[in-house]
Design a protein around this ligand. Structure first.
Ligand SMILES: Cc1cc2nc3c(=O)[nH]c(=O)nc-3n(C[C@H](O)[C@H](O)[C@H](O)COP(=O)(O)O)c2cc1C
Length: 181
């Protein structure tokens, strides 16, 4: 099979983000011929229809989204929903003509937060996938508790059970990409 390009996007911007840690864990266990880049949302402006000239940082991430075979969305939970940085880049991507960057693209959703493992935010994100025409995997779901020794101080995943689920999810995502070819 030809190589598969995944793009990971985390909603949290902080350096020791556990959600970016989940994306690094996903990178570690990828099937052969698959690579996963991690998007940098640090300098992405808030969506504003008055912005007619996109910044280099924004163009870079939109290009990464457009050229990815599938997305891996790592959603933390802020006040029972997804973080604004993640919603914001999806809003930007959704404004491209004909929804060309997103339509029909397979998506894996995972996340780390408090005791419910960002499940509420992940379900809001699934709702957003409907309007964006994204195709989220149903299973496995990955709900990581960021406060239960699941990650080290740098946000690296240390829990083997969650790591196994992440690997399983990446295999399912690659299978979804292959099924579209
Ligand atoms: C503004 C804010 C709101 C939060 N609200 C929730 C919440 O509703 N549910 C939850 O489980 N955790 C909540 N948290 C905790 C975050 O999920 C937690 O800090 C998580 O580790 C952040 O992800 P990160 O490690 O990738 O930065 C909140 C944190 C912040 C900063």
């Amino acid at each position: 099979m030809a190589s598969i390009k995944l793009l990971g996007i985390a909603g949290s911007l902080r350096k020791a983000s556990t959600n970016r840690g989940l994306l690094r864990a996903a990178q570690a266990g990828l099937p052969p011929e698959t690579r996963l880049e991690i998007a940098d949302l640090t300098d992405i402006p808030f969506f504003n229809q008055d912005i007619s000239e996109k910044s280099r940082a924004l163009i870079r991430v939109l290009t990464q989204i457009g050229t990815a075979d599938a997305l891996v969305l790592a959603s933390t939970e802020y006040n029972y929903s997804l973080a604004p940085a993640l919603k914001n880049i999806l809003d930007w991507a959704s404004r491209e003509p004909n929804n060309a960057l997103l339509a029909g693209k397979p998506v894996a959703i995972l996340g780390a937060a408090g005791g419910m493992g960002s499940s509420r935010a992940q379900y809001h994100l699934r709702q957003i996938c409907v309007v964006l025409g994204l195709q989220p995997l149903n299973k496995p779901e990955v709900f990581a508790n960021a406060f239960a020794g699941t990650f080290d101080a740098d946000g690296n995943l240390t829990d083997q059970k969650i790591a196994g689920l992440v690997d399983e999810q990446m295999r399912a995502l690659v299978a979804a990409v292959a099924a579209r070819r």
